[in-house]
Design a protein around this ligand. Structure first.
Ligand SMILES: Nc1ncnc2c1ncn2[C@@H]1O[C@H](COP(=O)(O)OP(=O)(O)OP(=O)(O)O)[C@@H](O)[C@H]1O
Length: 639
């Protein structure tokens, strides 16, 4: 029954209906970003952060103190009341402050870099731990989330800039307040003029930062496409098709198109910033020059001392320079905070699949798995893929699932692994709804091979061992699994046996000519390796095999299936295959069509029923028989 219809009719079973797709990422403000940055910095290197904060305060005060020492020195030169010893002390003070002013920035830079690197590591750890908490797949298929993930990653990598920028802003602020106070002593009016002149800069920089952040978000899909095209053009696997179909130039042009678009947008943004900063700089220079003219004539009239003028000149220049530095640093920090908002959104994202506070433990399968009127679509914009599937996978039985391309077989597998939750109906494990379980605990009890299995650029041992991390170093167990998958002979005969890299990526330029550096397996060999990975955790309660032999030659396929049959005996498994001879001995065969179970039964029952399965089985058998007949005829004819 349609979920909408079920909703309207009271009394009809409706297990649960949940919002479609994972919950959206949270909206985050600047405060949240700032709090997160302080937290990460404090956790990453607490001692260094304290020392850096102290150095920054001293560094911020040093230029103001230097200017004041200079004023004392200049005023003391012509003053007979100042003894030579006192004058020497003033020179010494000025010199000491000059040394501090010259040396501290290097120490500050070093501390900032160290802190920034520690920050980047911690931020990356938080980000990737958060992505690992995404138990389902929906977020990885949402372009908006992928954009934010990429920008959040960039923000984490740019931690050094963010941390040093933050400290620099604090330091500029301290210097600015110091110089403004010094300026106030000489001329309160000039201080107010300088403060008013700084306001437009602040406003403009904040607006520019917002615009830059919006531009980066807007450009993100173009950058993702650019990375995709670049990846294809540099990928050894894609090289075959690119050359066969001659599409290299087309891909390159698309890459350049995206790159040009992104560059043009960035250039426009840089131009805006250039114009705004140029105008603000000119405004500052005009106010400084006016102030200096006033101070010069005030000194002539005897209202100011020469030391006051020197102090005034330094204070005006430093106030404007400091304000400009503060504004541009603050704007960089502001941009960084906006960018870091993407990191915070990922790290603070609510679970994508609802898990109860106290999940039901996943016990060893005793009765079976059951789908109850399961309806599923990938999102409200997509069509229904499963439209009320009810099916039982009894404990200890092998269930074969067949159906045309796109019938929803792999989707069924993804639901059994709780990569998504059905919108309507439920899936139970010994009567317990999968939604009441922790997805990780559920998957601990399952093994399997996906149709699009992974090929890891790692050693042969690791490629199999990843199936069960506790066996990663246990070569005996790994070899037993590989033997079951019929790939042990191949892997042990590799140049370095199981320690051979199954990779096209050379470990270094120096050893790339070494034939033992890495080997390339064939498609079928990779498939058997993936099968070995699944067999390594064969002690689990459910084995899911989605097209495990599609790339194998007939002899290998027969061999693999006889091994799998031996393994499956008495165990619960789900086998998906288009080659019907490989599922014929399953305890139950299910035909999926139009989103529902169209037929189910044993091979003999389905053949007797004469439906879709029987039709397809006869079609495939006839193909083999004709081929065999054809081959026989050819042999006959050639004699
Ligand atoms: N992540 C996804 N987002 C949106 N639609 C999807 C997604 N994955 C699969 N589909 C769609 O769901 C339908 C069922 O796909 P599924 O992979 O389950 O079919 P299948 O029966 O395994 O097909 P095949 O025999 O070709 O492997 C297809 O129409 C496919 O386009």
């Amino acid at each position: 029954m349609q979920p909408e219809a079920a909703e309207e009719l009271s009394g009809l079973p409706r297990a649960t209906t949940q919002d479609e797709g994972a919950p959206a990422l949270p909206r985050t403000g600047l405060g949240a970003s700032l709090a997160e940055i302080v937290r990460i910095s404090a956790q990453a290197a607490p001692g260094m952060m304290t020392v850096h904060a102290f150095v920054v305060v001293v560094q911020g005060l040093a230029p103001v103190a230097s200017a004041w020492a200079m004023k004392l020195l200049v005023d003391g030169i012509p003053d007979p009341a100042v003894a030579p010893a006192a004058l020497a002390w003033r020179v010494g003070l000025f010199g000491a402050l000059a040394v501090a002013t010259a040396g501290l920035p290097h120490l500050s830079q070093y501390l900032g870099d160290c802190l920034g690197r520690a920050f980047a590591v911690r931020a990356a750890a938080d980000l990737f731990s958060a992505t690992l908490r995404f138990a389902g797949l929906a977020r990885f298929e949402d372009p908006g989330v992928l954009d934010r993930l990429r920008l959040g990653q960039q923000a984490a990598d740019a931690g050094q800039t963010l941390v040093t920028g933050g400290f620099m802003a604090v330091q500029s602020m301290i210097s600015l307040i110091g110089f403004a106070a010094a300026l106030w002593v000489v001329s309160p009016v000039m201080t107010l003029v300088a403060a008013v002149a700084a306001v437009p800069g602040l406003v403009v920089q904040v607006r520019l930062s917002r615009r830059r952040n919006a531009m980066m978000m807007h450009m993100s899909p173009h950058e993702r496409r650019q990375i995709f095209y670049g990846g294809l053009l540099a990928d050894g696997q894609a090289a075959k098709e690119i050359r066969l179909f001659g599409i290299g130039g087309w891909l390159r042009d698309r890459l350049l198109g995206e790159l040009t678009l992104v560059n043009e947008e960035r250039r426009r943004m840089d131009g805006r910033e250039l114009r705004a900063e140029g105008l603000l700089g000119a405004l500052g220079a005009v106010v400084s020059a006016g102030g200096l003219a006033w101070a010069t004539f005030a000194a002539r009239a005897g209202a100011l001392s020469v030391g006051d003028v020197s102090m005034f000149a330094v204070a005006v220049a430093s106030t404007f320079g400091g304000a400009a530095t503060l504004i541009s640093t603050a704007s960089r920090v502001y941009s960084g905070l906006l960018m870091f908002g993407h990191h915070v959104a990922i790290v603070r994202a609510a679970p994508d699949l609802p898990v109860p506070a106290v999940p039901t433990p996943v016990r060893p399968l005793a009765g079976g798995l059951e789908l109850h009127d399961v309806w599923f679509r990938y999102s409200p914009d997509h069509p229904w893929i499963l439209r009320g599937v009810s099916l039982r996978i009894p404990h200890g039985a092998t269930v074969g699932v067949v159906g045309a391309n796109g019938a929803g077989k792999s989707t069924l597998v993804k639901l059994l692994l709780r990569f998504y939750d059905p919108q309507q109906g439920s899936i139970t494990w010994d009567g317990v709804d999968l939604r009441d379980m922790d997805p990780a605990a559920l998957r601990e009890r399952i093994s399997g091979v996906f149709q699009d299995h992974m090929t890891y650029d790692l050693t042969a041992r690791e490629n199999v061992g990843l199936g069960s991390l506790d066996a990663l170093q246990d070569l005996d167990r790994i070899r037993v699994a590989a033997r079951r998958a019929g790939i042990d002979d191949v892997l042990s005969a590799l140049p370095r046996g199981y320690e051979t890299q199954l990779s096209r990526m050379f470990t270094s330029e120096a050893d790339k000519e070494d034939p033992e550096t890495g080997v390339v397996l064939s498609g079928g060999q990779w498939q058997r390796t993936a099968l070995a990975r699944a067999f390594l955790r064969a002690d689990r309660d459910l084995m899911i095999l989605d097209e495990p032999s599609s790339g194998l030659d007939p002899e290998s396929e027969a061999d693999v299936h006889s091994r799998m049959r031996a393994h499956r005996a008495g165990r619960t498994s789900l086998l998906i295959s288009h080659r019907l001879n490989t599922v014929r001995d399953a305890d139950l065969i299910v035909v999926l069509r139009d989103g529902v179970v169209a037929e189910q039964g044993t091979h003999d029952q389905l053949m007797a029923a004469g439906g879709t399965y029987a039709h397809l089985f006869r079609l495939q058998s006839a193909g083999y028989t004709d081929a065999a007949g054809g081959a026989a005829l050819t042999v006959e004819g050639s004699r």
